[in-house]
Design a protein around this ligand. Structure first.
Ligand code: SF4
Length: 455
């Protein structure tokens, strides 16, 4: 089983596959060198990025991420405010402390290569790390693949099932999940919790979820209050603070539009994704690019239903996690593999399930909510303009969050019976992603990425 705790990872923006993944790969490379007792012999490292990482890596901060990982910084603990000074120092000195301890020369133009048009065999997001001694002899070479959501595998691991962990309620698809919940009289969140506690222990589950909730709320808060421009050539102005001011000024006015709740939901999602685009701290839900939807819908529920208690937030997240796990197990959550349907589509599906659950939905209604939200994102391509996780990504999260609420509401008005199952929607996403042209899969070679004129 994939763990909910692995699905909700705390890291920095702008991309889970292109930022968090490469950072973790660099850390794994250092661990491999240390395990082989080779770290002390290293005088030079060379990192090569392939496929989608080569094409959109600069816009997605892959270069920054590799440097940070090589310097021993971890996605979950790095201080976003410390990143710029650290990079400045590495680039100015032309030196890097591997793992924070082993000082080597590092010429970024020579030692970090974007191999455009080349792909490694296993996945579009491939990375090759080399280490050399003082005579230029290669000490080690390791390939890693960033398979979406901040998950990293080696070539050998990509074909493996992963370590077998015994859980009380294993499920392979949504039909199993709902049947198990119904047979045992459990909610989906209770079932997922039992599995997670078997994997990590009860204390660890609550502790991780608390950190996730705190990070999500802090991200909304920071995003709502931080003005200015996002990094990159487009000088995209951050919208969340002015949107917040407009909404707060309109409070209590008779002229408030009936749909204003949706403006708040959009605000929460935009705030998170602007923070993500600026390299701030976010939670993969299931990815960075789609990180705004789950927190936005959770925040909507908290503010508009007045639900402040921790147990409700736990239920939301554990239910949402079940859907993310199913999508990852049976299709993909990587824009480079299946397009944006696997990121924003899956995030909307997760949020719809979470909302349906905290509003009292049965397991069948929760599955229905997840299915409706995913079905109506099927076919969505990934076409980030300029390779940045800004346009269309930020606004797309707002739309995904609104769709998630509508999906949950529709499902709760039914009895759980419906024609298209969540399993069918996930299978369709996988097949559509397989048939989708590469230019629509996080390469910035098609779609909006080529039709929006750079100026
Ligand atoms: S378009 Fe969607 S999948 Fe692509 S980078 Fe943006 S959010 Fe991620």
């Amino acid at each position: 089983m994939i763990s909910a705790l692995d699905l909700f990872k705390i890291g920095i923006g702008p991309s889970s596959s292109h930022t968090v993944g490469p950072m973790k790969a660099a850390l794994r490379f250092l661990e491999a060198l240390a395990a082989g007792k080779r770290l002390g012999d290293v005088r030079r490292v060379l990192v090569e990025l392939y496929g989608s990482l080569a094409l959109t890596g600069r816009g997605h901060g892959s270069d920054t991420a590799v440097l940070l990982g090589l310097a021993g910084q971890r996605p979950e603990t790095v201080d976003p405010d410390a990143v710029a000074p650290l990079l400045l120092r590495i680039r100015a000195d032309g030196r890097l402390a591997l793992g924070g301890v082993r000082d080597v020369a590092f010429d970024e133009g020579r030692d970090l290569c974007f191999n455009m048009g080349e792909v490694l065999p296993v996945h579009s997001n491939g990375m090759r790390f080399h280490a050399f001694d003082g005579d230029g002899r290669e000490l080690a070479v390791h390939d890693y693949y960033s398979i979406g959501g901040g998950f990293i595998v080696t070539g050998e691991e990509s074909g493996e099932e992963g370590p077998t962990v015994s859980v009380p309620f294993p499920f392979a698809n949504a039909a199993d999940l709902v049947a198990l919940a119904q047979a045992h009289g459990l909610s989906i969140a209770e079932l997922v919790r039992a599995n997670e506690e078997a994997m990590h222990g009860p204390g660890a589950v609550d502790e991780h979820l608390r950190r996730v909730i705190a990070t999500m709320r802090a991200c909304i808060d920071r995003g709502c209050r931080t003005d200015g421009e996002l990094p990159g050539p487009f000088k995209v102005r951050r919208r969340a603070p002015s949107l917040r001011r407009k909404l707060e000024n309109g409070r209590g006015s008779n002229a408030v539009a009936p749909h204003e709740a949706f403006d708040w939901v959009s605000l929460f999602a935009i705030a998170v994704n602007e923070e993500n685009a600026a390299g701030g701290k976010v939670v993969t839900a299931p990815t960075n690019g789609a990180a705004g939807i789950v927190p936005a819908v959770m925040e909507y529920h908290r503010r508009f239903y007045g639900e402040e208690d921790e147990a409700t937030a736990f239920t939301f997240l554990l239910t949402a996690a079940a859907v993310g796990i199913l999508a990852k197990m049976n299709a993909s959550i990587s824009g480079a593999e299946v397009g944006c349907q696997g990121e924003v589509g899956v995030a909307a599906s997760m949020a719809a399930a979470g909302l349906a659950a905290v509003l009292g939905g049965t397991p069948a209604q929760v599955e229905n909510a997840a299915e409706i939200a995913l079905e109506h994102h099927l076919g969505m391509t990934c076409d980030p303009v300029g390779g940045l996780v800004q346009i269309p990504c930020i606004e797309r999260n707002a739309m995904g969050a609104v769709k998630a609420i509508s999906a949950a509401s529709l499902a709760l008005k039914g009895d759980g019976h419906h024609y298209v199952s969540l399993d069918c929607a996930i299978r369709t996403m996988r097949e559509t992603g397989r048939d989708m042209q590469t230019k629509y899969k996080e390469t910035s070679l098609g779609g909006l990425a080529v039709n929006v004129v750079e100026c």
